[in-house]
Design a protein around this ligand. Structure first.
Ligand code: PRP
Length: 185
């Protein structure tokens, strides 16, 4: 018999209801910000952590949006490329000059992923590149980068759920929970 993944959660940090309210509020800000722009708006989800947030956010946005995905992985620390990211699935679009990109991420931690991606997408010719995250862990920042919009600032705790994993598990939890230390120690 498989165990219930909820048994590994120490406590719930953000409930489904809190997340739902915050996502709706963010969608309103996106409508307001991009509402009077003429360009195409592309929501660019970064796999895999962003999938749940992306799915919920796009349903709450009222202006026309397109969606696409990229998959990246960080180079390990201590390598010559630390601070850079490895593109596993790229964005293929013919012309980005009339496209405003809003990168959708589950979390900003060190900031390296978003910092790199914003530069990369601008180089690719996007008209604008902005970012939104469900979570922001400012204590962990290693580069001078902040997301344009975030839903929640959280302390430096080991959180999972709503797309975020530990060892590829817990992404399907509907809330953000703090993992019991014995699970990752
Ligand atoms: C997580 C998260 C961001 C990145 C944030 O991805 O989804 O992409 O780390 O960290 P940073 O601010 O320190 O760069 P992860 O590499 O765990 O992959 P996943 O989305 O597939 O879980």
């Amino acid at each position: 018999m498989r165990k219930n993944i909820k048994d590994d959660i120490d406590h719930i940090l953000l409930t489904e209801e809190q997340i739902k309210t915050a996502v709706k509020e963010l969608a309103g800000k996106i409508d307001e910000y991009y509402g009077n722009h003429d360009s195409r708006l592309l929501l660019l989800g970064i796999l895999k952590g962003s999938v749940v947030f992306m799915g919920d956010l796009m349903k709450q946005i009222s202006i026309p949006v397109e969606i696409d995905f990229m998959k990246v992985s960080s180079y390990g620390s201590g390598t010559a490329s630390a601070g850079s990211v490895n593109i596993i699935l790229d964005l293929y679009r013919k012309d980005l000059s009339n496209t405003e990109i809003l990168v959708v991420e589950d979390i900003i931690d060190s900031g390296k992923t978003l910092n790199y991606l914003v530069g990369y997408l601008k180089l690719k010719g996007a008209k604008s590149v902005r970012t939104c995250t469900l979570l922001d862990k400012p204590e962990r920042r290693e580069v001078d980068f902040n997301t344009d919009w975030y839903c929640f600032r959280i302390p430096n705790e080991f959180v999972v759920g709503y797309g975020l994993d530990f060892d590829e598990k817990y992404r399907a939890l509907p809330y953000i929970g703090v993992l019991k230390p014995e699970i990752y120690n």
